[in-house]
Ligand binder design. Structure first.
Ligand code: GLC
Length: 340
């Protein structure tokens, strides 16, 4: 055989072999959804803003310049916790108030202009957690409206079906997530959607999550352990934890259990062949700063080692990476989040 044709043959054989391997990898791994998760990269939650109860303020106003500052600091995405249920009529057709929708429109447009990817969720639907049976139709109707309104937005927008299912909702969550997803899929057939386990999106509860056969799903978990450390002094938690002060973090044992918990999530994701988004983690401002930084650094490093995208809890309130009064980043926190 002439050397050139021999070489061609060899190239052909190699290519066929590589393509076959690539195809089997692709078949086993819906690569687009893994890429979509990577695009969420490093993010921050815009906490305490649209998640506050109707017409109440939790001390935060997100201005356009903040989105630009988030991008400039090195973040890839923002997660927008949104309390839709306070702005939706109590009876059919469960209409969302146009004025509230316009606030969300503006935030989405501003984030997009800043070249940030955006996760939009349903947050604090407390009636759904307390009385899931009475709220299924309303939950589905809310998603139908959100999904339809934003159906033409680009790949930069991700929908997260429900933040931290809890209480009575735990038992219904696998059923309702399918109902919510179907409502979204009617107008957004392939948009990446995010779902987490019941029980506050706890890592231990991943085993209770039943995922439908939809390739465009990212799985989310939240990490605040140990609570005695991350939530010490916080006004909204149980007495026992609220009263704790000066609780440090970082013993060898604590490091080990952080790594074990994160590895548990990573193992689950590998077995299920799903990408993971650490949608919330953070230590409240009452915790000693050096321990907060140590904990945060460890979470970020470990998440990135396992290929998880993440969103810090949160931008400008009690866990704040940004000081809204001084109009500047809290550098030690920012530098801990954006490590290189
Ligand atoms: C959950 C709650 C939010 C709280 C955060 C940290 O996301 O919904 O209100 O601030 O956890 O505790």
């Amino acid at each position: 055989m002439h050397t050139t044709s021999f070489r061609n043959c060899l190239t052909f054989a190699l290519l066929t072999c590589c393509t076959a391997t690539l195809q089997s990898v692709q078949a086993a791994r819906p690569s687009d959804i893994f890429a979509a998760n990577q695009a969420l990269g490093r993010g921050t939650n815009l906490g305490n803003y649209l998640e506050a109860p109707r017409d109440a303020s939790w001390g935060i106003t997100i201005e356009d310049k903040h989105l630009a500052a988030i991008k400039a600091a090195g973040f890839d995405s923002v997660r927008i916790p949104c309390r839709w249920s306070d702005y939706t009529s109590k009876n059919t057709p469960y209409q969302i108030e146009p004025k509230f929708l316009r606030r969300v429109d503006h935030l989405l447009a501003t984030a997009h202009r800043a070249k940030l990817n955006v996760v939009l969720n349903i947050h604090h639907y407390e009636e759904l957690n307390n009385n899931p049976r009475a709220h299924k139709d309303r939950f589905v109707a809310i998603w139908k409206q959100i999904a339809h309104r934003y159906r033409d937005h680009g790949k930069w927008l991700y929908f997260e079906i429900c933040n931290e299912p809890q209480q009575d909702f735990n038992e219904y969550w696998n059923e309702y997530l399918v109902a919510g997803l179907s409502a979204i899929r009617a107008s957004n057939p392939t948009r990446p959607c995010i779902v987490g386990p019941p029980h506050w999106n706890g890592i231990w509860a991943l085993k209770k999550l039943r995922l439908p056969a939809d390739e465009n799903l990212i799985v989310t978990v939240h990490m605040y352990n140990p609570h005695e450390f991350t939530h010490q002094g916080a006004s909204w938690v149980e007495d026992r934890i609220r009263r704790i002060a000066n609780r440090e973090w970082g013993s060898a044992e604590e490091l080990e259990s952080l790594h074990a918990e994160m590895a548990q999530a990573a193992t689950w994701a590998r077995e299920q062949n799903r990408p993971l988004y650490l949608g919330e983690f953070g230590a409240y401002q009452a915790a000693p700063m050096s321990s907060r930084l140590r904990w945060t650094r460890e979470i970020v490093r470990t998440a990135e080692k396992h290929g998880m995208s993440w969103a810090y809890w949160e931008f400008g309130a009690g866990f704040g990476a940004f000081d809204l009064d001084q109009d500047r980043w809290r550098k030690p926190i920012l530098d801990t989040l954006i490590q290189n």
